[in-house]
Structures are given as C-alpha cells and as structure tokens.
Design a protein around this ligand. Structure first.
Ligand code: THG
Length: 367
C-alpha cells in the first residue's frame, strides 16, 4: 500500500501524538480526520481486543451539536426512530434518512439536555444536511461541529481500567447511557457504548488540553491489565454485524435494507423528513437486505470494492466487507442480498478481487 500524504485537509486529532508514540502502522481517513486501522496487525489487534483492554482514538466520530429551543424538533426531523421517550443521559443509535428514505448516516445521538444534542456521526458530511434543514425550516437552533473527541475504551477489562481513572461509579453506567465524570477538574460525558461487541466506554473529551493527559492516565493506570492502543477492528466488527456507512450502506439504501428496521418507528416518528417515503417502502418490505455470509477457503484479499454475489451465474447481491476470522476459521463477510437468495443456508458464489469463492448466507452474525 502507498502512504497517506499528511496535510491540513487530513485532520490530526488531540490524541494523534499518543497514537504515533504507540506505533500506529496504518490509517484510514474518516470525516476528513485520521482514524488508525492497525497497530500490531489486524489479527493480533483482534485477539488482544477480545482478551484485554484497548484505548481507541475515535475522534473522527465528530459531533454535530444542536443547541436551542428547536433542537429536539430538528433531531426528530432527521430520524425515523421515535425520540419522544428519550431522556437526557441517553444515547440512541439512529438511522438518518433523506426525503427518499435513503440513509445519510447512522450516528449515535447523545441527548445532553432537551435543548442540547450531539450527533456522533459516521463517515458522511451530515452537518451540511442538518444546517440546510434548519435554515430551510427557519428553526431556532444553532448547529456546529465543536471539537469534542470520543476516546473509546473497549475490551473485557474496560470496566477495571475505567474504574481506576474515573472511580467505581463508572461500573454502574448502563448500556447506551452516559454520566458526567471528573478528570483533572473537567466534567466529561462517559457513555457505555463503542464500536465493538467486547463491551466498554466512550469518553467525550471536550477540551483539547486534557486529550493527551487522559490518554496517558489510561495507559499508566492499565499497565498490569496489558492496556494497548487499538482501533475499530475489521474482523471483530464484521463478526458482530456492526455496519460501516460508506462500506455496507450508502444513500441508495433504506434503513430496512440495512437491517435497521428495529431502529425505525416510522408510524410514530412525526416530523421525520423521510417518513412518507419510508411508510411506502415499509409496506412493501425490502427486496434486498444486509446479511452475514461465510466465504470458504483461506484469507480473502481486502474488500476495497463491492464483490458480486452470484447464483446460477446471475448477480443476486454484493459483498461489502470481508475478512478472515481466526476464531471462526472462515472468512466472515457482510453483504446486501436479494430476497430470492437471502434465506439462511443459501449457497452462492462471490467474485472476490482474486477469484471466485463458494459462500453461504448465514442466519445471523457471529457475536
Ligand atoms: N460511537 C460513537 N459514534 C459513532 C460510532 C460509535 N459514530 C460512527 C459510528 N460508530 C456509527 N455507527 C454505529 C454502528 C453501530 C453502533 C454504534 C454506532 C452500535 N450498535 C450496537 C449493535 O448493533 O449491537 C447497539 C445498538 C443499540 O442497541 O442501540 O453500537 O461507535 N459515539
């Protein structure tokens, strides 16, 4: 692989000095910011994530902040998930859709107060859409991207590590909720969430000056826990069925095609811009949907373009993410599969970059 040329357009994060000192080996670009992808190797990072605890620089999960009397109304315009029961202190995984019901992003919404929200975005320029809506509807709300950088602590020993830095009370934070916790005199939102199935936390760091002190404090406190720098792991996230916007879905897909129907309450999400379009497609049901697939044989090459899925020589879908899983001893994959072939156990062929592989559609993901 070639290198990424550093420049101002590819933004560093408040943790980049720590990431580099930890020996990062590869980056991707996400929301025009650096996102580490490899430290030791994807496979070694994977085993360590499942055994110990890692600290992840996920500052690229940028926050779009909504502030003002119309913040809650605007948030409900963006998503078909019903937000009426959502209290401050809660995080919701929310599909964001356009007027056709197409996915624009799949962020985590963080409700700080009735009139103050963070939208912790996946990799698309969501703020432009949000500002356009707010201005078009003349809403009384301020929208910007504050420099709030999530630092994730993930893995089975995450509770032990976090308790040492923030106190035992972090153990009581429930899934997809957050509390305010002190670090060096600053109060930070700490949520039980993160882009892995191993459990853990995300700390929303809203002050650049404490970025590296917090990074260093976590590493000092976790020496005997074998804490290491890590990052969202390709293998683990496919096993867990965690979707990646831009890879596994685009604005051509509805939430139902993405398997995100459980996060849609289209009947009751009054005000959602894509509501009418989604009511139409939800009635018919999707004709293709995200599925887990297992690809036979040894490790597949990187899935840096969609691979056609075929049955009887006809194209019936595409694989959008794939990696070899050491634990399951098969290639784990995410794909979009047509209704005619989406039942579990269906045998198909996948045209990978280096040849055709037999594959099977699975009932569900691995974790
Ligand atoms: N954390 C925060 N921001 C983010 C991500 C994150 N922004 C970008 C990206 N990740 C958004 N995408 C996802 C995808 C999946 C999940 C979170 C964000 C996720 N899903 C769980 C699951 O599917 O098992 C739980 C969903 C639920 O039950 O509510 O966690 O990771 N801050």
């Amino acid at each position: 692989m070639a290198l990424i040329s550093p420049s101002r357009r590819v933004r560093r994060t408040m943790f980049s000095d720590g990431v580099e000192a930890a020996g990062v080996k590869a980056y991707t670009v996400y929301n025009r910011m650096l996102l580490p992808t490899v430290f030791e190797s994807v496979q070694e990072d994977y085993h360590h994530l499942k055994e110990a605890v890692q600290v992840w620089d996920v500052a690229c999960e940028r926050q779009v902040e909504l502030r003002g009397p119309d913040a809650a109304r605007l948030m409900q315009m963006l998503t078909p998930r019903d937000l009426r029961g959502m209290l401050p202190g809660r995080c919701f995984y929310v599909p964001i859709v356009d007027e056709t019901g197409g996915m624009l992003n799949d962020p985590v919404a963080v409700k700080l107060a009735e009139d103050r929200w963070w939208i912790s975005i996946a990799d698309s320029d969501l703020m432009l859409w949000v500002k356009g809506i707010a201005n078009g509807y003349r809403l009384d709300v301020l929208i910007d991207e504050p420099d709030v950088s999530p630092l994730a602590v993930q893995g089975p020993k995450a509770d032990a590590l976090m308790a040492r830095v923030f106190g035992d009370a972090v153990r009581d934070i429930r899934f997809f909720r957050f509390g305010m916790f002190d670090f060096q005199g600053r109060s930070l939102a700490v949520a039980r969430s993160g882009y892995s199935k191993q459990g853990g936390f995300e700390i929303y760091v809203d002050d650049t000056r404490i970025g590296m002190p917090l990074w260093n404090a976590l590493f000092e406190a976790g020496r005997d826990l074998d804490v290491r720098a890590g990052c969202p792991n390709l293998i683990e996230r496919i096993e867990g069925g965690l979707l990646s916007y831009g890879n596994d879905m685009t604005d051509d897909n509805t939430p139902h095609e993405c398997g995100l129907g459980r996060f849609c309450d289209t009947q009751t999400a009054i005000g959602c811009i894509g509501r009418d379009a989604l009511l139409r497609v939800a009635k018919e049901g999707p004709t293709k949907q995200v599925r887990a697939l297992a690809l036979e044989g040894g490790p597949v090459p990187p899935c840096d373009r969609a691979w056609d899925i075929e049955a009887n020589g006809k194209r019936i879908g595409q694989v959008t993410s794939a990696a070899y899983s050491p634990d399951f001893k098969t290639n784990v994959a995410i794909g979009m599969v047509r209704m005619t072939h989406w039942d579990s156990g269906t045998q198909v062929q996948v045209r990978t970059t280096d040849g055709v592989r037999d594959a099977v559609v699975r009932e569900g993901f691995w974790l």
